[in-house]
Design a protein around this ligand. Structure first.
Ligand code: HAM
Length: 432
């Protein structure tokens, strides 16, 4: 019986695992550069954790299960609720601001398509307990720092930034009620991802009043922050939110990444818990799928029963990122080694097989990476294996060993060969 892999999942054979490690190593290095500490949580949580504040879209995409005790659980579709729960549990013991990062494996029952799968990895960075917009700037900086380190330039990617606080006051000023906002956000978030007619139909369903729809469209046509700040009709609250955004752009300029960022009132975010600055990073090549998304969520910890503590952060998935890195020639198959061996041992004579095992073990016990051929006898075949293994050096137990107990050590890059006695070679590895 042949059982296929589950739809929307990936098998990581060694070459794919090398790519995943390359991406994750880059994420971790960027997090550490900006002073974040790593954490992790369980891969499943109580189902209701995602039904309370993440929004309908995530709730509909949950993989849920019932355990033997009848508890309703779900595999994590995102990390932020787990983070909020964990921080709440130790809120009085943790020094603030809390700057944490994680690379969880997440599952969402989405329709699998280019850049969207049912299981993926997502880099999360979050800052908790820092109200100032400086924390939002740090999160954006760290994400851009990683993308720059991966080789992407301001010609390749753009960070689109807006503010839900600002949008809320603009929408309320044109007549929307507070309780209509969440529904309208969910529709506006879809605008760039679906055809115009489908968007119009959704907007009409959420806002049946044509006059209000016209006003919402006008609000959403603002292109520059300056246009907004000069608008006389701006409420005090909207003015404060516009000023906050301006300060964010100033900080990003001081951090040296202004060419990567732009204001875009169309960025609303799909998740329900965002309260302030929101942002998404896109490929300038107009892929409708975001590389990354995040923003401020000042009420999530208190919504989960904790004290009122502010928070901001972002999540970046590995799928869209890998596609973009490949498109830009920044990741080529075969570029990344699947293993890094220091030594590969071959024997010219099958009677030396035991010696190879002994030497390999001694090399490994001295902390070096070593493997050897199981094929005794045929030196040509073994040397081919040595070459394929990608080892830096090959050690040949050959004629020289049978005659003089000398190992031949060949540097695979330069082709240079040297000879050493068994003990002298092992001593050189111990650094003694
Ligand atoms: P999100 O917008 O749902 O935000 O996801 C963030 C990123 O995760 C997306 O931009 C995308 O790169 C990746 N992603 C999401 N769904 C999939 C999928 N099905 N397949 C592949 N990649 C996917 C959040 O998850 C927030 N919790 C981020 C956050 C952290 N906000 C504050 N802190």
């Amino acid at each position: 019986m042949k059982i296929p892999a589950v739809k929307g999942t990936r098998d990581f054979y060694p070459p794919q695992m090398a790519v995943r490690n390359f991406i994750v190593d880059g994420w971790k290095a960027a997090s550490l550069r900006s002073g974040f500490e790593e954490y992790d949580g369980p891969i499943f949580e109580h189902l209701k954790m995602y039904q309370v504040k993440s929004g309908d879209e995530i709730a509909e995409q949950l993989f849920s299960l019932t355990d033997r005790g009848g508890r309703n659980l779900a595999i994590r579709p995102e990390m932020t609720p787990t983070l909020a729960r964990m921080v709440n549990q130790q809120i009085h013991a943790l020094p603030r601001p809390i700057k944490w990062f994680s690379v969880p494996r997440l599952c969402r029952a989405e329709r699998p398509q280019k850049g969207r799968l049912r299981e993926f990895f997502q880099w999360n960075i979050d800052i908790i307990g820092a109200e100032d917009v400086l924390a939002d700037a740090e999160v954006i900086f760290c994400a851009v720092d990683y993308l720059k380190s991966a080789g992407l330039t301001a010609k390749d990617i753009v960070v689109k930034i807006s503010s839900r606080k600002m949008l809320a006051s603009l929408l309320e000023a044109v007549g929307l009620e507070d309780n209509q906002l969440a529904g309208v956000y969910a529709v506006l978030d879809k605008k760039a991802k679906i055809p115009d007619e489908a968007f119009e139909a959704m907007l009409q369903e959420t806002l049946p009043d044509a006059a209000i729809r016209g006003k919402v469209r006008k609000v959403m046509s603002a292109v520059r922050l300056d246009d907004l700040s000069q608008a006389a009709a701006l409420t005090e609250q909207a003015k404060a939110a516009v000023d906050e955004l301006k300060r964010l752009f100033d900080l990003l300029e001081k951090m040296g990444i202004s060419e990567y960022v732009q204001f875009d009132i169309g960025v609303v975010r799909g998740l329900a818990y965002y309260t302030g600055v929101v942002f998404e990073i896109y490929d300038r090549g107009r892929s409708p799928r975001a590389l990354c998304g995040g923003g401020r969520y000042d009420n999530l910890l208190s919504d989960f029963g904790g004290p009122k503590v502010t928070a901001t952060g972002m999540g970046m998935g590995d799928c869209v990122l890998e596609i973009l890195l490949r498109e830009k020639g920044l990741l080529r198959d075969g570029d990344l080694p699947t293993r890094k061996l220091d030594y590969y041992l071959v024997t010219a004579d099958s009677s030396l097989g035991q010696k190879a095992v002994e030497l390999a073990a001694a090399i490994r016990l001295r902390g070096r990476r070593c493997d050897f051929s199981y094929k005794g006898g045929n030196l040509g075949k073994q040397l081919k294996q040595a070459d394929q293994s990608g080892a830096a050096k090959v050690i040949i137990l050959g004629e020289e060993y049978s005659r003089d107990q000398m190992l031949v050590i060949k540097d695979m890059k330069s082709g240079q060969q040297a000879q050493a006695g068994w003990e002298a070679f092992l001593t050189s590895l111990s650094g003694a």
